[in-house]
Design a protein around this ligand. Sequence first.
Ligand SMILES: Nc1ncnc2c1ncn2[C@@H]1O[C@H](COP(=O)(O)OP(=O)(O)O)[C@@H](O)[C@H]1O
Ligand SMILES: [Mg+2]
Length: 276
Amino acid sequence: MNTNRRRLATSGTFLVALLAWGPNSLRSDTPVLTIDQQETFLRTAKIISAKGNKKGVTDTVRVTLTDGKITHDASVQRIYEHKQTYQLSSGTTILNFKDTYEDNIAAWKLARVLGLGDLLPPSVDRKYQGQSASFTWYIDDFQMDEGDRIAKKIQPPDQESWAKQINVMHVFDQLIYNWDSNATNLLIDKQWRIWLIDQSRSFRTDRSLQDPKMLSQCDRALLARLKTLDEATLTKALRPYVSKDEIKGLLARRDLIVKFFDAKGEGALFDRPLWH
Ligand SMILES: Nc1ncnc2c1ncn2[C@@H]1O[C@H](COP(=O)(O)OP(=O)(O)O)[C@@H](O)[C@H]1O
Ligand SMILES: [Mg+2]
């Protein structure tokens, strides 16, 4: 069972008790859901309100959901675009451009296969106002995003733990070919855990890495899981959200990542902090 602590709305009584115990008691006494329960909640809880997200470009909506016992927010992304060519504001032209909510769901499913269920928030397939969409668990205890951190020149308190998390992110981004891995898609919570959101521009058919320079070090358990990936496992986990050719691309990139770290040897490996 995954016991990630994701804070949920609390009753008035609980809040009073909480204040009396002080902030350190917050996490240990807060109700938690397993990631399976979070997925069910996202899929089935009733939408009671909605507003726009403050940042971003694809018109995502922040909804509040309740199942009668728990109230929590989700980010709803409906983007579903495929274009032969697409010009970025930087002037770069992208061929076979796609930007789709389906990639958020696929990224989450892949994260689960790889044992990275504590690095991405759960994301499920659900209709919103008649449109297909991803519903993604809103990050608890949000502190700032990477853009804010850089702008305010705030250093993470534990540089080693931070570097490990960032290195795992780079491996994951290269694996899924996430070329939109920007500072507003890296969220930081109050424990200085990082959370990766918005993988809607990923899972391309490319068999080369998007930016091999980003690879530096890798978590041991992640590397071992990468080695076990095969077409059957990925087809079962990721279809219909990604195509067969996109799965082939992912496996080819996996081969390059494994080759890179096998060549670097033990010195490039570490054990990442686990949050459960
Ligand atoms: N699961 C989430 N938890 C907390 N904040 C989120 C979440 N999803 C989105 N946001 C906020 O909304 C912004 C826009 O959402 P995002 O999914 O990045 O869409 P886009 O950048 O394509 O518009 C994010 O940069 C972040 O500030
Ligand atoms: Mg974004």
